[in-house]
Design a protein around this ligand. Structure first.
Ligand code: AHR
Length: 496
């Protein structure tokens, strides 16, 4: 196929930083995410600490996940933290009504989650129960975690093996309160937030960053009402959830592995809607918070397909293809480019659920194409954001078009410049000429993720079909950077 051309201008330091928390992850008590994902049978012959799988931990450490959101999701608004502490054999059992109706034995609770975060060297982000809990229950959970007093709950924490406060800071006040979190109106939720947040106290040395349950995709009224009714200084962030559906239809979302170019295209149209959502929610937030003190927290995002045939539909297990990698890279470029407002985001959901980084099957584990994007993009975490101007060719299918190329760039603490480039065109390579203003560099190297087919996946038999490779296709031409990127590929370049 003929080759496209694109032009990029990168204009030095903007004074903004790409928060590492944009690269966060989400793990719910859902399907095989926690149980049989992170937390396995004590007899499974893999390296473990307690029942936490260490091959999974080591893979996630490599990509430096900055935070982990737990215990849900919809599960969070039915979760009662007191059921998940103390001797495991005595913990009450409950029905996981949201996800498959299975029995939850509460063997993975607060201490197990925080032990996992410690192993991962990541910050916990706990979502408290507003939908079916009480203000007292949430207040006591925060006290249990963060206080160093001699109150009864703090004594309980000590007896349960953790003398020091955990110093949890990211705190979600409910989840999807417009839906599974209590079917609330935004006016009612904003009032509830103020009550719950008042008693979720800051204990010495542990100030909370409270995050309000935010809008469903384009529900701009939710954002408007929350921004109007919740004082800026009461919330660190306001969330928003958006999932990419291949067909756009919740009834028949589309297969994770079998799709045509037309369906790939419609998936990417839906993925790119994140740009509009972030822009419009940000514009509303700007009205009430012009200094951008409140973060927009996209704490659930990713592709949601039909479940893999033969698996429990309530478990949301789906495969992960090169298409998913292109979605991850494109979405992370959008977040990087809006780092003035988007300061935190969580991909849904880490292992064995939705757009996962890792899939497991008994003792086996594989890294998905999406994992490799997070590996490639980790260089942007906490780096200085560089502004980008991009002139992209169109990618056209059936008379409709989207920009073929998207990009983001940053400069790390050592002065290295990283540019991430995505070519969404399934057929045509693109030659990109990049002008770097006020940025000195002399050499370029890179990594690429691509594969022969847009539907290519990693399987337990062939776990390295889609993987990172060194990329030598970039050259210096004066102060310009010239690069040709294959069709359906993601490249990150390092200039120094
Ligand atoms: O990630 C799966 C579910 O999607 C979450 O539990 C919920 O918050 C959202 O609707």
């Amino acid at each position: 196929a003929a080759q496209n051309t694109a032009g990029i201008t990168i204009t030095g330091n903007t004074g903004q930083t790409i928060s590492r928390h944009i690269y966060g992850q989400f793990a719910e008590h859902l399907g095989r995410g926690i149980y049989d994902g992170f937390w396995v049978d004590k007899n499974l012959p893999v390296a473990k600490q307690d029942r936490i799988r260490l091959d999974v931990v080591n893979a996630l450490k490599k990509i430096k996940i900055p935070n982990l959101r737990w215990p849900g999701g919809c599960f969070a608004d039915e979760y009662h933290w007191r059921d998940g502490i103390g001797p495991r054999a005595q913990r009450p059992k409950m029905v996981n009504t949201n996800w498959g109706g299975i029995t939850e034995d509460n063997s993975f609770g607060t201490h197990e989650f925080l032990a996992l975060c410690k192993l991962l060297d990541t910050e916990p982000y706990i979502a408290g129960n507003v939908g079916s809990g009480t203000v007292e229950e949430m207040a006591k959970w925060v006290e249990y975690l963060n206080s160093n007093s001699s109150s009864t709950v703090v004594q309980m924490r000590k007896q349960n093996g953790h003398p020091e406060p955990y110093k949890v800071s990211f705190w979600g006040v409910g989840n999807e309160s417009w839906g599974c979190g209590g079917e609330m109106t935004p006016e009612f939720y904003a009032g509830q937030f103020r009550r719950y947040a008042t008693y979720a106290r800051n204990y010495p040395g542990s100030p909370l960053k409270k995050i309000a349950s935010g809008a469903n995709a384009s529900d701009y009224n939710w954002t408007e009402v929350c921004m109007k009714n919740i004082p800026n200084n009461m919330m660190w962030g306001l969330s928003m959830h958006y999932y990419t559906l291949p067909t756009g239809d919740w009834g028949k979302k589309g297969s994770a592995t079998k799709f045509s170019e037309a369906e790939y295209f419609s998936t990417m149209v839906n993925c790119l809607k994140m740009e509009e959502l972030v822009n419009k929610h940000s514009a509303i937030m700007d009205k009430y918070d012009p200094d951008k003190k409140v973060a927009l927290v996209v704490d659930e995002w990713g592709i949601w397909t039909d479940p893999e045939p033969g698996t429990n539909p309530g478990f949301l297990y789906q495969q992960n293809s090169l298409r998913d990698a292109l979605i991850a890279a494109t979405t992370l470029n959008i977040f990087n480019n809006h780092c003035d407002r988007v300061k935190m985001a969580e991909l849904a959901q880490t292992i064995n659920v939705l757009q996962a980084l890792i899939l497991t099957e008994k003792t086996k584990m594989l890294l998905t194409p999406t994992y490799h994007i997070f590996d490639m993009y980790k260089v942007h975490q906490d780096a200085k954001y560089l502004a980008i101007k991009l002139k992209s060719p169109d990618y056209e299918v059936n008379g409709k078009s989207i920009p073929a190329v998207n990009a983001s760039a940053s400069q790390d603490a050592t002065g290295k410049i990283h540019i991430s480039l995505v070519n969404l065109d399934a057929n045509k390579p693109v030659s990109i000429s990049t002008q770097l203003k006020d940025l000195a560099w002399s050499s370029v190297s890179g990594q690429i993720l691509t594969s022969a087919n847009i539907t290519d996946i990693n399987t337990f038999n062939q776990p390295a079909k889609v993987q990172l490779k060194n990329f030598a296709g970039a050259k210096k031409d004066g102060n310009n950077l010239v690069v040709t990127i294959p069709a359906k590929a993601v490249v990150t370049l390092e200039l120094k």
